[in-house]
Write a protein that binds this ligand. Structure first.
Ligand SMILES: C[S@@+](CC[C@H](N)C(=O)[O-])C[C@H]1O[C@@H](n2cnc3c(N)ncnc32)[C@H](O)[C@@H]1O
Length: 241
């Protein structure tokens, strides 16, 4: 894959999981440069349809919301709202903590927590995290990104509690660290069906997976396809009619 937007290799240490953003067993990270590239490609697809944001962005397999939270820090001015759902209610506590960082108050609370740890243990890692927090705070400015976070099995076909979303971006389970859970027999098919219900008619769905699944569905046309290392990334828009 050739980067079209995130052309420069930047230092994304500030976003590292467990530094300012929270991590926990069962949650995973995601490469920040790739996130930046994916989102800018999705923005460009929406822009050709005349929709220049701000956008509602949904991750139906959100885990600890690392992906959504990094999107918030990368593009605060382009986001109307973030929506995070996951089958596993245990990870949602971390998702809420991470998404709460996308506000001046959330970051102030995290600063207090890290300052307390720095004072108690005198570790360089806590002081470095405080420096990272300051840089993330500057990225966010006065923006406060609203979010919704709830438990949902995306393999269960029910009427969607989420609708009119502009971008769905999701890193589906690969079966190494995290596997599919839930009731659906064909999780990928039901993911597509549920995403079709949640997406606006001109919205963009981005699915990130390992090399195995065939990323296609009759309700969607594929707009772009990328391969990077062990990942495939497919961009879709709904088929009309
Ligand atoms: C690769 S992780 C996603 C990581 C996430 N994007 C992040 O940034 O932290 C895959 C997630 O899919 C979730 N998952 C598995 N089965 C699911 C289902 N049926 N419905 C919704 N989420 C599911 C897992 O609980 C896990 O959190």
């Amino acid at each position: 894959m050739k980067y079209k937007f995130a052309v420069d290799k930047e230092d994304y240490t500030d976003f590292a999981s467990g530094r300012v953003l929270y991590s926990a067993p069962g949650t995973t990270g995601f490469p920040v440069r790739l996130t930046s590239e994916i989102l800018q490609r999705a923005f460009a697809i929406l822009g050709t349809g005349g929709h220049n944001g701000p956008y509602t962005i949904y991750d139906p397999c959100c885990g600890g919301a690392f992906l959504l939270t990094t999107i918030g820090f990368l593009f605060p001015e382009r986001i109307a709202q973030l929506i995070a759902t996951d089958f596993d209610s245990n990870v949602l506590e971390i998702a809420v903590k991470n998404l709460s960082l996308l506000s001046p108050e959330g970051l102030a609370k995290r600063r207090e927590e890290l300052a307390g740890l720095a004072a108690a243990y005198g570790k360089d890692s806590h002081k470095e995290a405080l420096d990272s927090l300051e840089r993330l705070r500057r990225r966010l400015g006065a923006t406060r990104i609203g979010f919704l976070c709830q438990q949902r099995d995306i393999t269960d076909i029910k009427s969607s509690p989420v609708q009119g979303v502009d971008i769905i971006v999701t890193d589906i389970p690969y079966g190494q660290l995290v596997s599919w859970g839930g009731s659906g027999e064909d999780p990928l098919d039901t993911l597509f069906v549920n995403c079709r219900q949640a997406l606006s008619s001109a919205g963009v769905l981005v699915i990130v997976a390992d090399k195995r699944p065939r990323l296609q569905h009759q309700a969607f046309q594929r707009r772009e396809f990328l391969k990077l290392g062990k990942r495939q990334i497919a961009f879709f828009q709904p088929v009309h009619g």
